[in-house]
Design a protein around this ligand. Structure first.
Ligand code: SAH
Length: 483
């Protein structure tokens, strides 16, 4: 494919300025750009890269307007020699040298690394300051068309201008190439601009040239920390950046969600409203039902998985028959709130011994979760993707294997009772699914069979004859384990 495109692509895209990024500041004194990027405007500087060379120079540098240019030259021969497990490039003939891609990303990190991390020595204040910036990328490849460029960059506050390049001027019918010139204009700190480009350029062309591993998650999250969790396309970005490797994508999304402090406030319906007649909100009823169940089970060492802000933990600790509670959540922000709410800092040594909070994901096996009498999983499973349920089951019922599991989740049948809910929608924006009673029962039956548990179901909240209760609870008990 690349061969034909390369031969057909307009010659002017193949000139030496093809893989070029320019950043222009018009915020006076515009020369500050040189300090921020840590590159002197009077010099041309060269850098060697694993796959070629980068040059930085300033086509213009006045106090009204300063432009820094990053030119990246790829050495196709060196590239082919370095070809690793994951390179899907055609030998010698490919479009890599001409489009901004993960190569440009690497060059940005190498050449403008300190600005990307927000550390321009002696000029830290400037790095975080919004400036009038225009960034131009001479050629980007977007296999999802022009649309994708707008979808990715506009939510970040840029005015996006895209020029499409025909595959070949002489053959109109061939239509557009996947190549575009991209201009971004906005009031942004240089650090943010670099972070956006660093993450989104490789996302666009979808072919990261080096092997993706866990350290990539850190890179992605570090560069995206301030904007990725709010970006409407965050899932696509994460998936593409991590090249569709599910476990990695998932770990990254988990961690992104973790930063998403607002999650708990995103209820589509406040499902407590139905309880108005009784004046007892549903979450209160849910808490009581779970606590009662744990008591009935005689659980002394209890896990609260997806503990959120730690409300259940707080209540459990009040019961002296409870020896120890460990709360786990994927969200660091939630855990921080939990620590504050539980006043961990002010606890006596003895009390403090009774409680532990830890960050982790329900979808990963975790040795720290072994040896508990019971686990509460309250309003959490519906936050997992359906395809993650297998790993969740293996991690909890298989590996951690507590004596009992008390699990609650919305009863989807009951949603018709919520006037403000549209048919087919979920109670909470982050819910990936909501189960009917039959669906929960079917899943639970499989879990029991595969992991040696038995299960009983109860409803929580006012029960309607037709659709049941708003919340459904499954109580699993472990049987004798086969040796
Ligand atoms: N159990 C609490 C919070 C429910 S909200 C309560 O009843 O109030 C769902 C919680 O699950 C959130 O705190 C969210 O961060 C957490 N969560 C979502 N996915 C998770 C995962 N994969 N592993 C652990 N926790 C997760």
């Amino acid at each position: 494919m690349t061969y034909r495109w390369m031969m057909a692509v307009r010659r002017d895209l193949l000139t030496s300025d093809s893989m070029l990024l320019t950043i222009t500041s018009t915020t006076p004194p515009a020369g500050d750009l040189g300090f921020i990027l840590h590159k002197h405007p009077d010099r041309v500087q060269d850098f060697s890269l694993p796959f070629g060379r980068a040059h930085v120079f300033y086509p213009e540098a006045t106090s009204e307007r300063t432009t820094a240019a990053l030119l990246v030259e790829i050495d196709p021969v060196a590239l082919v020699k370095r070809r690793g497990r994951d390179l899907v490039l055609n030998d010698y003939v490919n479009d890599r040298p001409y489009v901004a891609s993960s190569f440009m990303s690497v060059a940005i990190a190498r050449v403008f690394g300190s600005a990307l991390r927000g550390k321009s020595e002696g000029h830290e204040d400037l790095v975080d300051q919004p400036m009038s910036i225009t960034a131009q990328v001479a050629v980007v490849a977007s296999y999802d068309g022009e649309e994708a460029l707008h979808r990715l960059f506009e939510p970040l506050g840029y005015t996006v201008t895209v020029t499409a390049h025909r595959l070949n001027e002489r053959f109109e019918s061939w239509g557009d190439s996947p190549y575009y010139s991209l201009t971004l204009e906005g009031e942004v700190p240089v650090k943010s601009l670099l972070g956006h480009l660093y993450v989104l350029l490789p996302v666009l062309d979808g072919a990261k040239h080096y092997w993706v591993d866990e350290s990539e998650i850190d890179k992605l999250l570090r560069s995206g920390e301030e904007w990725l969790s709010d970006h409407p396309e965050r899932e696509v970005i994460t998936r593409r950046y991590l090249k569709g490797q599910r476990s990695l994508t998932n770990a990254a999304l988990d961690r992104l969600l973790a930063e998403d402090v607002g999650l708990v406030d995103q209820d589509v319906v406040d499902d407590s409203e139905v309880e108005d007649a009784q004046r007892v909100p549903l979450n209160r009823l849910r808490m009581d039902a779970v606590i009662e169940e744990l008591k009935r089970l005689g659980a002394r060492r209890i896990l609260d998985l997806g503990c959120g802000e730690g409300r259940l933990i707080g209540e459990l600790l009040r019961d002296p028959s409870v020896a120890q509670v460990t709360g786990m959540d994927v969200s660091v922000a939630a855990l921080r709130k939990a620590a504050r709410r539980l006043r961990l800092d002010e606890m006596s040594h003895r009390q403090r011994e009774r409680v532990a909070l830890m960050q982790g994901s329900l979808t990963y096996r975790d040795k720290r979760l072994s040896g508990f009498d019971a686990a509460a999983v309250v309003e959490v499973v519906e936050h997992l993707d359906l395809w993650q349920l297998g790993s969740f089951e293996r991690a909890l019922f298989g590996e951690a294997h507590p004596g009992a599991v008390v699990l609650t989740t919305p009863n989807a049948e009951y949603n018709v009772e919520y006037e403000r809910m549209e048919a087919g929608s979920h109670r909470h924006l982050d819910h990936r699914f909501e189960w009917t009673r039959a669906e929960l029962a079917a899943w639970a039956a499989g879990v029991c069979e595969r992991n040696g548990y038995s299960v009983e179901f109860r409803g929580i909240g006012e029960e309607s004859a037709l659709v049941g209760s708003p919340t459904q609870m499954a109580v699993f008990r472990a049987g004798e384990r086969q040796p």
